[in-house]
Structure formats: C-alpha cells, structure tokens
Design a protein around this ligand. Sequence first.
Ligand SMILES: NC(=O)c1ccc[n+]([C@@H]2O[C@H](COP(=O)([O-])OP(=O)(O)OC[C@H]3O[C@@H](n4cnc5c(N)ncnc54)[C@H](OP(=O)(O)O)[C@@H]3O)[C@@H](O)[C@H]2O)c1
Length: 373
Amino acid sequence: MKPRQLGNLTVSEIGMGCMGFSHGYGPVPERDYSIAAIRQAFEYGCTFFDTAEVYGTEQFYPGHNEQLVGAALEPLRKQVVLASKLHFTDSNIPPVSGDLDTVTAATAAATAEGKDSGNSVLLMPLAALDQAYLDSIYDILKRHLIKSLENLRTDYLDLYYLHRLHDFIPVQAVAWGMGRLKQEGFILGWGLSQVTREVIAAAHEVTPVNAVQNLYSMLERDCESEVEPFCLEHNIGLVSFSPIASGLLSGKVTVNTDFSAADDVRKFVPQLSAENIKGNQPILELIQRYADLKQATPAQISLAWMLHKYPNVVPIPGSKNQERIQENLQADRVCLTRSEFNELETALNACTVYGHRGINESQQRSFGNNWKK
Ligand SMILES: NC(=O)c1ccc[n+]([C@@H]2O[C@H](COP(=O)([O-])OP(=O)(O)OC[C@H]3O[C@@H](n4cnc5c(N)ncnc54)[C@H](OP(=O)(O)O)[C@@H]3O)[C@@H](O)[C@H]2O)c1
C-alpha cells in the first residue's frame, strides 16, 4: 500500500481501527479470530494500527484492546506504527499552578465557556506554568504510557494521542510532557483527538504535533474548514476516525439494522436513527453510483474520496470482520480521476446531510455518558 506521512512517521495510507474488537459495536469475536484479523491486515499492506487505553472498559476492562493489539503485533513490532491514546481519569489531577494572574484569568474564561457551551478549553502559555506543575502532568502521562506499553508488549509507542482534552489541564502542559516523553525515547510522535484549530496551534507551538485524529467522513466534514488547512500547512497528518460513518456509508446499514446489543454505540448515534438513515439515502445512492462505475464497494468509495481529496489524510476504518477489513484496505486500489472526484464532490456538496454522529465530539470528556445525551 502507498505510504503517507504523519509528520515524521510513515504509515500505510489506510490504517486499521482496532476498537471494535473490544468496544463500541456490540459482541466481539473470539480472541484468536481478532488476532488473526489484525495480522491479516498487515499482510494486506496495513502498517498503521490504532487502539486506546479505554477500549474494552465497558465489556471487559481498560487495556483489553491494547492487550489484543499487542499480542497480535508483537512479532511484527518493528514493521508497524502503533498508536494508542491516553484518557485522563485520575481523580488527583493537580490544580493548574503558575503565574497567578494568567492562571486565574484562563481558568475563569474556561469555566465561563464551559458553563455556557459545555466546551471549555483551558489554554495557557507554557511560560506561565510552574515547572513543578509541568512535571506533575508529565508524571501522569508517563504512568498511563507505561501501562499502555505493558499492554502492547513494547517499550516504545510510535504515536501517543491525548484522547480528549481535560477541562482543566492546559493542552500546552500536555504538549510539554509529550515532548519530554519523546526526548526520552518512549514515544516517536504525539497527537490530539477531536480538537479545534486553536488547540492544535497552541499545542504545536510547544511540541510539534504529528497527527490529529478527528471525526471525518463524507457525512461529517467540519474539519475541512479550519483543522485540515492548518494540518496541511504544518505537516500534521489528519487521521480520520469513523471514516465509514459507523458503517452507514457502506450501504449495509438499514432502518432494520439492530443496534440493541450491549456496548453498541450506534444506538446513540443520531445519524443512525431510522429517520436520518432514510434522509441520507440520496448520499448513499450517489456513492453506490460511483461504486458501480469503479467496480468498487461503497465503503471503498468513501475511503477513496478522502484519500483523493487530501494528501495528509489517513483513514482508520474499523471492522471486526476479516473480509471487510480486506475490503477496506483495498480501497487504496480505487483511483478516482480528477473529473470523477470533482463530479462526486459537487454532487455531495449539493446533498443535505441528515443527523450527526453524536453531540459535538469535541465536547466529549468521558466515554459512555455523552453518547446518551
Ligand atoms: N479518537 C476517537 O475519539 C475515536 C472515536 C471512535 C473511533 N476511533 C478509532 O477509529 C476507528 C474507526 O472508527 P469506527 O469503527 O467508529 O468507524 P467506521 O470504520 O466508520 O465504522 C465501523 C462500523 O462500520 C462497519 N463496517 C466497517 N467496514 C465496513 C464495510 N466495508 N462494510 C460494511 N460495514 C463496515 C463495522 O462493522 P463490522 O465490524 O461488522 O465490519 C462497524 O460497525 C476505531 O476502530 C477506533 O480505533 C477513534
């Protein structure tokens, strides 16, 4: 498969989201099947694997998915790019300390913002933060990382993301801690997930960001306006999560698809309500037309579209089915010509999108509860 860059990291242009083997889409396959599926993905050319410490918490325990990925990729470790994510769960997060005026003003602003929109972001210049405070954030990052490394059976991570911003930890402090982990050789690069341009810029100034993992698909194009241009300009990769819109863009999800199993997030996804599935049919029909034209599947068209559109986008479709994993990875063989892409894009722009994946995921600070809003 062709390579792409996430900053200084080289990855296959389509990666593999491993979450579904432990979390989010209902019952999971047998462990041996999952391990074989992950190894097969490598045989199909995938060198980029995505997991997170929280995947598995609902059905199993935190770290379940990392352990599975670690077991599958241990023999291939040097040939793959492993990405995992940290989620601040610690109850003993230290209060921000540093230049008192700056801290007070920034905290007050974030609190006020949070009260109004539920979308508080604490941004503070690095110089305003105490060294002792920065060290304590580094200690937390390292504690989480060491556990992930154990789970993943490795002594370094290629890419370590902050899964979600913490309301009261300035992203600059996280960026500083990630920079130190990088200097010490524990990680080769770092990233952020579900963040705005403003947050990426603040973090990138402290420690260059390799990749931003945001929701991006033909049905969720928010990041095209600000995030993607900033990433392109600054040599940051945009890793697209849920690139098939939780399966909807494959054309296989219908109003009769059953999402009632425990730990199936699709029952909370507004875009997957019967009404919105019906509303989005013109988009699915459009994709099907291109699938017929290119002798491809709709899921492949949805991936080929974003690969064509931006050189720094790397989708990480998630499937726990070996055939569909192969299908998704083979989307790199579908080449849209410039005129085919332009026609598809124009037609897509003319369509109305019904529903969204959830509440604005940037506002999601914990996993589970927000889906139910
Ligand atoms: N950073 C974040 O906050 C965040 C959030 C969510 C996900 N992620 C990461 O992104 C990865 C991908 O996201 P996702 O799994 O939510 O989205 P996705 O790839 O858009 O959708 C996955 C769903 O689509 C189905 N599917 C996948 N390929 C298919 C195909 N070719 N035909 C028919 N159905 C297909 C899967 O079912 P089957 O398993 O039955 O094939 C699954 O139900 C995750 O694995 C995870 O690593 C990150």
